[in-house]
Design a protein around this ligand. Structure first.
Ligand code: B1M
Length: 226
């Protein structure tokens, strides 16, 4: 792995790598307070915010995602890690903005109209954010009009739709139709998911992607921006 570290920092490469590992480990353990403190300390020490993000936080989150995908850890651990990620991002965000590190793009996410389940959607959101994508969260019970308006307002290029009920999954198609009607379908990719959703269903309704869990959703989302 090659780290892009300024000349004056070169002496400290070993120390910095150990710190990145520490940041990654704290994130995986969900130690929000300690993680935020360490990130703050590293910023004060002059470590580049982008390196803290990619080599520490995103590295840790991708391990969490892998473990979750392989059933080595479960929802509570992912939520705890995601909360730690958010605490660290809160510390890092101003520094990232100062350093001019822009998100790779914007996605809109929601649970569709008639559906109030948001645990899975929140996990997907957090994991996608962890890949460096700006995510606009429209919450639950979300109408097609709201999605269309958000895509236009935020110039989003990815729409993520979650549905947990066999009765609400069909609303994902209504949103795709509304995007078409608004002339936005060619400008956005649509990813669908949620327990009753399948690849076959996604193909039937004309979605660009179906993913079964938060880790693969994040991976797929990022692939649309690479
Ligand atoms: Co409801 N509920 N619920 N519920 N609920 C289910 C979904 C149900 C399967 C339970 C059951 O009967 N066994 C059933 C649906 C049956 C069906 O349609 N086939 C059901 C029902 C019937 C209902 C009500 C109708 C009950 C009633 O009132 N009679 C009602 C509906 C309310 C409404 O939405 N309008 C209702 C209400 C609720 C609560 C409010 C009590 C609560 C939700 C709390 C909340 O979300 N804030 C609730 C809960 C907790 C569940 C269960 C128990 C758990 C759901 C959950 O959070 N799972 C659920 C049974 C179950 O799933 N075992 C059930 C954990 C979460 C991490 O997984 O959301 O699947 P999940 O997300 C995963 C993947 O699906 C995927 O990634 C996530 C993480 O890996 N994923 C995506 C999700 N979205 C994605 C989007 C993507 C990609 C992947 O790309 C965009």
């Amino acid at each position: 792995m090659v780290y892009n570290i300024p000349e004056k920092e070169k002496k400290g490469v070993k120390r910095i790598m150990a710190r990145f590992e520490e940041i990654s480990a704290l994130l995986q353990k969900g130690k929000a307070k300690d993680l935020a403190a360490l990130v703050s300390e590293e910023l004060a020490a002059g470590t580049r915010p982008k390196d803290i993000l990619t080599e520490g936080l995103i590295h840790g989150m991708s391990i969490v995602g892998e473990k979750f995908k392989n059933n080595e850890i479960f929802v509570p651990e992912v939520l705890i890690a995601a909360r730690a990620m958010n605490a660290a991002l809160a510390v890092l965000k101003p520094a990232l903005a100062d350093a001019g590190v822009e998100p790779v793009g914007t996605a809109v996410i929601c649970t569709v109209k008639g559906d109030l389940h948001d645990i899975g959607k929140n996990l997907v959101k957090m994991m996608i954010e962890g890949t460096g994508i700006n995510v606009i969260d429209l919450g639950v019970d979300c109408s097609a009009e709201k999605v269309v308006a958000a895509v236009q307002e935020h110039n989003a290029s990815l729409v993520c739709l979650s549905a947990l009920l066999t009765t609400t999954m069909f609303y994902q198609k209504e949103i795709i139709d509304a995007l078409k009607a608004a002339g936005l379908r060619d400008k956005v990719k649509v990813m669908v998911g949620g327990a009753p959703v399948t690849q076959t269903f996604a193909d039937e309704i004309g979605a660009d992607a179906y993913t079964p869990d938060a880790a693969s959703a994040a991976e797929k989302a990022r692939s649309f921006f690479d």
